[in-house]
Design a protein around this ligand. Structure first.
Ligand SMILES: [Zn+2]
Length: 225
């Protein structure tokens, strides 16, 4: 082999290696699309779930890679409204990535060429659901939304929906561990020492806190504690 030929061969090997690694990177950051279908959005359940009529059958679609505030959390209504504004009553294309553990279709929702999942994160109405998604675009959009303090990021210390759900459904504890019926009826924000009752939007919805009795802490100014 001449020196020139050897150089060429090296260059091709280098290019081939780059192609392989680029393909692998794409495979990691973009979930596989299992199927694609279209339908009309007949209901927006919340900021990350819609019901779509496909061939006259309703299909519940959980938006892939994002997580929106739960009912009872701050900004849940505005998050839902943002998704409604985007997709309600419209014909959308779903690029499905599979199903979640509840049997709901997971997917990206496209409306008039707009990726609704990405838009919700970009406008600060949903979090990138990092536990189940390594999508680089969604990660970057959340960083930008946080920096701009738009949508739910107006709150400097928001509670992630998955943390909120974990607090709503704490791991099972033996009945004998918690004797008082009053415990758990109120929620104490342990950093501000403010007590909230079960109807308050901050109930089980503060970054640090614990269930408490009716006489602990200071009563919340809005719910009365
Ligand atoms: Zn309160």
């Amino acid at each position: 082999m001449t020196e020139m030929a050897r150089l060429h061969r090296c260059r091709w090997i280098a290019i081939a290696a780059m192609c392989v690694s680029a393909t692998l990177c794409l495979a990691v950051s973009q979930p596989k699309i299992a199927r694609e279908f279209s339908g009309k959005v007949i209901r927006v359940t919340d900021g990350d779930t819609v019901k779509v009529l496909v061939d006259q059958s309703p299909v519940i679609v959980r938006l892939e890679g994002i997580d929106a505030p739960e009912d009872g959390q701050s900004f849940s209504a505005r998050s839902k409204r943002a998704l409604e504004t985007l997709v309600a009553g419209k014909t959308v294309t779903i690029r499905s990535t599979g199903e979640d553990k509840y049997g709901r279709t997971l997917g990206f929702v496209f409306v008039e060429g707009v990726n609704a999942n990405a838009r919700m994160v970009a406008e600060g109405w949903a979090w990138h659901y990092k536990k189940y998604s390594s999508d680089e675009q969604l990660a970057q959009l959340e960083v930008s939304a946080r920096a701009a303090r738009i949508g739910l990021w107006a709150d400097p210390n928001p509670l992630a929906p998955w943390e909120y759900r974990a607090r709503q459904n704490p791991p099972h504890t033996a009945a004998s561990d918690k004797p008082a019926a009053t415990t758990g009826t109120y929620w104490l924000n342990t950093s501000s020492n403010v007590r909230h009752n079960a109807r308050c939007e901050y109930y089980r919805n503060t970054r640090s806190g614990r269930p408490c009795g009716p006489n602990e802490g200071r009563a919340c100014g809005s719910c009365g504690g």
